[in-house]
Design a protein around this ligand. Sequence first.
Ligand SMILES: Cc1cc2nc3c(=O)[nH]c(=O)nc-3n(C[C@H](O)[C@H](O)[C@H](O)COP(=O)(O)O)c2cc1C
Length: 314
Amino acid sequence: MRLPRIMMAPMAGITDAPYRKICRAMGLELAYTEMVSSRGLIYENERTEDYIINPDEPPSLGVQLFGNDPEVMASATKRLGEIGRYDFLDLNMGCPARKIMTNRDGCQLMRTPLLAGEIIAAMRRVTQKPLSAKMRLGLTRSSVNVLEVAKRVEAAGADFIIVHGRTADQMYTGRADWEMIAQVKEAMTIPVIGNGDIFSVRDYIDRQAYGVDGFMLARGIQGNPWLIRDILLYEETGEIAPPPTLRERVEVARRHLDEIISIKGPGAIPEFRKHAGWYFKGIPGSAKFRAALSNLNSAAEFRELTEPWLDIQG
Ligand SMILES: Cc1cc2nc3c(=O)[nH]c(=O)nc-3n(C[C@H](O)[C@H](O)[C@H](O)COP(=O)(O)O)c2cc1C
């Protein structure tokens, strides 16, 4: 198994097939789907399959499953192999959303390290693809148990782990604790991927000190797929690229909307609003722009809306 230095984090509502395509054009090698329900998969819920299937998607595609029942997770893994291609498989042990946690899924699995190990073992029995678990530090600061959980999933057959340096109760507040991520790396035999607060090439450079085997990018690529290109450029040449020009932002945003319409259909245009807000954050007049976005009905309208920006320098 070869792991790329950077990978796209699974993000519900963000890392769908259109956005994965935009990021691949920036040089991304390994992209993860949004989290996928194991139960949804085995009950052949079409909406669930939509998250995954895109026959034209180049490698490498990682699928992330959530659930808490070893048998259901094993069946879902088998089902995945039947409905489409995947190259990597991940168990969600980090989602802190109430809806997920009350079903004992996501980060709630960190409360039961034995069960987490059983789930990984059950998935391991039915797939030979690289298998990982993505976890946080624990549920709360006073119950940090990432080392114990990481050891369990390693013993159960995981090929690598991804550690987001926050506890569940922090949600996305405060700072990711990279010292703790480094401690996990020290203690493990399998590779450890670090995750949390990489918003710029500088952040990426700073995190090199923690000795992890790779980095997962999440909020840093919302509206900024250039972060991928810029990190790869830095790795290759040591140079730090200037930020994208307004023209580049317009061009990529237009392409993104075109991909949404072509892959998901015009009904998905409202999903583009949040992305557009991120692409043009901080641009003068963007409040008016956001208001216009809420009534967006077509790619042609978006072209018209962004046309004046093509001539602005910078
Ligand atoms: C909108 C949003 C959706 C997310 N969805 C998922 C998900 O489906 N599965 C998952 O493991 N993590 C999910 N995450 C967490 C990210 O993958 C990542 O661990 C977290 O944002 C920390 O990285 P960052 O500080 O670089 O953003 C999500 C985060 C955000 C902001």
